[in-house]
Design a protein around this ligand. Structure first.
Ligand code: PEP
Ligand code: MN
Length: 273
């Protein structure tokens, strides 16, 4: 595999730990990120944020700029969505992560959120990667829809080469011939990345499977395989969600999953506070 100067693991190098508003990602800590696919309203986020904090989730997610396949689908609330996230952060004390899809959204995003998410469709948007590389906020870089591990690491190298080393990789499944699941979740990518890089690796079994019933089992497998964290879509009423309801857990299901994840973290010697 071609060697990326900055993100490839060097012999003897220890795992990188990224600090986000009081929570540590990497180095034996498990971070759990949860929230709806899209921010839909203030009441939705405040209530869900409170429930997620109660069940021990460490960070909240919610899309304000949604990259949708159809231009007629809900595209997200934009800046208003970011403002709702900021108010939810204030109320709960939990840091927030949200996706940016375009360099023109970055100034606004930096005002309101703690971690910038680069989505699968933008993994090779090199202008966007370089731009988030020039800032000092942590970046969660999702794997491209059909990206090899090498292409993914080169994308991370773009961010690092521009100066920002605070990069979290997120496995979210790749395209395959299978259609029962939305994507094919690549569990082997997790230990493979551990060999190739010191960057923390988070798993997203929601987009990885596309089915709520499969999210828990795949989340457990990812943690057992060495993931430093999980990102899970949760919606108060999945059937009414404006996007990705089919793969969203209810808050009660998320609470049960947290308990299972605690058992697995303990079994593999990781810290899930
Ligand atoms: C998301 O996290 O809501 C999302 C759009 O994910 P992905 O980029 O992995 O499709
Ligand atoms: Mn989604």
């Amino acid at each position: 595999m071609a060697s990326c100067k900055l993100v490839a693991r060097r012999p003897g190098q220890t795992d990188m730990i990224i600090q986000v508003a009081g929570c540590s990602i990497g180095g034996g800590n498990v971070v759990v990120i949860a929230g709806p696919c899209a921010v839909e309203s203030e009441i939705q986020m405040l209530e869900l944020g409170r429930q997620m904090k109660e069940c021990g989730v460490h960070m909240l997610r919610g899309g304000a700029y949604k990259p949708r396949t159809s231009p007629y689908s809900f595209q997200g609330l934009g800046e208003e969505g970011l403002q709702i996230l900021a108010r939810t952060r204030q109320l709960t004390g939990l840091p927030v992560i949200s996706e940016v899809t375009d360099v023109r959204e970055l100034d606004k995003a930096y005002q309101y959120i703690d971690v910038i998410q680069i989505g699968s469709r933008n993994m090779q948007n090199f202008a966007l990667l370089s731009e988030v590389g020039r800032q000092d906020k942590p970046v969660l870089l999702k794997r491209g829809l059909a990206a090899t591990l090498e292409e993914w690491l080169w994308a991370a190298e773009y961010i690092a080469a521009a100066g920002n080393r605070q990069i979290i990789l997120c496995e979210r499944g790749i395209r395959s011939f299978e259609t029962y699941t939305r994507n094919t979740f690549d569990v082997s990518a997790i230990p493979a990345l551990k060999e190739l890089t010191c960057l923390p690796v988070v798993a997203d079994p929601s987009h990885g499977t596309g089915r709520a019933s499969l999210v828990g089992p795949v989340a457990r497998a990812a943690l057992a395989a060495g993931a430093d964290g999980l990102m899970i879509e949760v919606h108060p009423h999945p059937a009414q969600a404006l996007s990705d309801g089919f793969q969203s857990l209810t808050p009660q299901e998320m609470q049960r999953l947290m308990e299972e994840l605690r058992l697995i973290a303990a079994a593999v010697g990781k810290n899930l506070p």
